[in-house]
Write a protein that binds this ligand. Structure first.
Ligand code: PHE
Length: 534
């Protein structure tokens, strides 16, 4: 397929693209979602399915995305639909990639809201709003008030409106950086935000690991036992075998690997498409996956649960409070009891905020790339268009805040279901359409490490089978309840779950139309080029 003759953006440096991909990967998933899941599924036991999923699907799909992206990029495309067209050599392949821009845009609509909570919490530590004393119920009330989860529309009035201000700041920051472009926006921000967040995390980590036994009346609640609560392979009353025989632990681990590594969405395809033809992708992919693993297992895994255990006791793993409950209710209570707690509370939420921004930026770029190259419009128009769409979506999520139903519904259908589908499509395109031989050649080009041949086998057979098996298991487990939930409507309340799915469908239709335009545009261009050079 012929090249697009327009001038292409490109990363300024190799470390820039690695930091940008790692920035996309390291996010709320590392510091909130991972500890929450590990606590729920038995601490150390969770690591077994987690490592298996990393080796069988996480890393292989990261390699797939990095190589597909660079290959498509050298042929002039940056969006997943364009890259699929170039790689498959078929105009219809663009439609297969529709989830590429759709998933990140939909995730952005709720992720930016949580990003705003992090900024809001950091600010409230500075301004004293989170110095709430020793009654745990106060933290719960603060959280519900802040996110507006008591009733729909709560975020638009009273105390809840605070979150809207932080949402506006996050929106402005994200779009300002995206508007500045790849190198001056994304790369520039990741270059200082990534080291900054790791320094903040290390400071908080040292504080947590030196907590000792803060309350001598409760000698059991010491940091060593806290580490044990996170890492021992068995929970009280449960053997390792029992933990591993629960299918949910395998599903949760696979889902976490995707979400955390940002693989399966097509984000890495877009990022790596801005690389040069001979830049290494094999080692870069491994480096960013390892960087994400470090932030997740070491930083995320050693901070949250051990600290919560020391102050709140074993109940934190016996009755884990859920991802948001852990991060925004239990932890503020923990910081309150810690020496110099407000300072560490501020650092913790500020690092979460930085981690969230580098992730949310990566959710915007795939759609920007599609608008630019598919519609032939400039950066300004693309940014304005995407800003408008995501603003409507985010306001939808913020408005329907009761019990966070809209957020949760979109997270389920897009952040879980669609990811499996898109990841499966990608491995199949790589292993079967492009062909494993050509695929591995693409991966090996310029590579600074040798990829074992076994990886080819894994990508061709093991990853798709593992993905499909897990997906079916997961649908059987979770889908019936979710489908039923679409019909659940409380008296006098709007059908929020069904409306949220409606929103996803509207955005899907919108992206189909965009891809339609793009495909005809590319067809016309290719036809014109063949006429000129017969
Ligand atoms: N990987 C990010 C995290 O761990 C989340 C993310 C999801 C980023 C989707 C990009 C796209 O928080």
């Amino acid at each position: 397929m012929a090249k697009i003759a327009e001038k292409k953006e490109a990363w300024a440096s190799r470390i820039g693209v690695i930091l940008a991909v790692t920035g996309s990967a390291v996010g709320l998933g590392n510091f909130l979602r991972f500890p929450g899941l590990a606590a729920e599924y038995g601490g150390g036991a969770f690591m077994i399915p987690y490592v298996v999923a990393f080796l069988l699907i996480g890393l292989p799909i990261a390699w797939v995305e990095w190589s597909l992206g660079r290959l498509g990029g050298t042929r002039g495309y940056n969006s997943a639909p364009g890259v699929f067209r170039a790689v498959c050599g078929d105009r219809r392949a663009s439609y297969l990639a529709i989830l590429g821009p759709l998933i990140p845009v939909m995730i952005y609509m709720y992720y930016v809201f949580v990003e705003a909570w992090c900024l809001g919490y950091a600010w409230n530590y500075l301004s004293g709003g989170l110095l709430l004393g020793n009654n745990p119920a106060e933290y719960e009330t603060f959280f519900h008030g802040f996110v507006g989860s008591q009733r729909n529309g709560a975020s638009f009035t009273g105390h809840g409106a605070q979150a809207l201000i932080f949402l506006a700041i996050c929106f402005a920051l994200n779009f300002f950086l995206i508007y500045r472009g790849l190198t001056k926006g994304i790369e520039w921000f990741c270059r200082w935000a990534m080291p900054a967040l790791i320094i903040c995390a290390l400071i908080v980590l040292v504080r947590v690991l030196t907590l000792g036994t803060p309350n001598p009346d409760l000698p059991e609640q010491n940091i060593i036992n806290g580490l044990g609560a996170m890492w021992n392979p068995t929970k009280p009353g449960q053997t390792l075998g029992q933990a591993l025989s629960n299918p949910e632990i395998w599903l949760a681990a696979a889902g976490q690997i995707f979400f955390s590594l940002s693989v399966g969405f097509g984000i890495i395809i877009t990022y790596s498409s801005y690389m040069k033809k001979d830049d290494d992708v094999a080692l870069s992919a491994l480096t960013s996956a390892a960087g994400n693993g470090f932030c997740e297992v070491v930083l995320g895994g050693l901070i949250t649960i051990p600290a919560a255990f020391v102050f709140l006791g074993i109940s934190i793993v016996e009755n884990p409070p859920g991802t948001f409950g852990m991060g925004f209710v239990s932890l503020p209570n923990v910081f309150n009891q810690m020496p110099a707690g407000p300072f560490f509370g501020f650092l913790f939420f500020f690092l979460l905020f930085l981690a969230a921004v580098t992730s949310s930026l990566s959710m915007l770029q795939p759609a920007i790339a599609l608008f630019e190259e598919g519609l032939g419009i400039g950066r300004k128009a693309s940014v304005a268009m995407l800003g408008f769409i995501t603003l409507i979506g985010a306001l939808f999520v913020v408005f329907f805040s009761k019990d966070l139903t809209a957020l949760d519904t979109i997270d389920f259908w897009v952040g879980n279901v669609c990811i499996y589908v898109m990841a499966t499509i990608q491995v199949i395109v790589f292993g079967w359409v492009l062909g494993i031989g050509r695929g591995l050649d693409a991966l090996g080009r310029g590579a600074e490490i040798r990829i074992p041949r076994l990886v080819g086998f894994i990508i061709k057979y093991v990853s798709p089978v593992y993905l499909i098996a897990i997906f079916i298991l997961w649908l059987l487990h979770k889908l019936p309840d979710r489908v039923m939930a679409l019909g659940n409507v409380e008296d006098g309340e709007p059908p929020v779950a069904a409306l949220s799915v409606g929103l996803i469908v509207i955005v899907l239709v919108f992206f189909t139309l965009i891809i339609n335009r793009a495909v005809s545009r590319w067809d016309r261009r290719d036809a014109a080029e063949t006429e000129v050079s017969p």
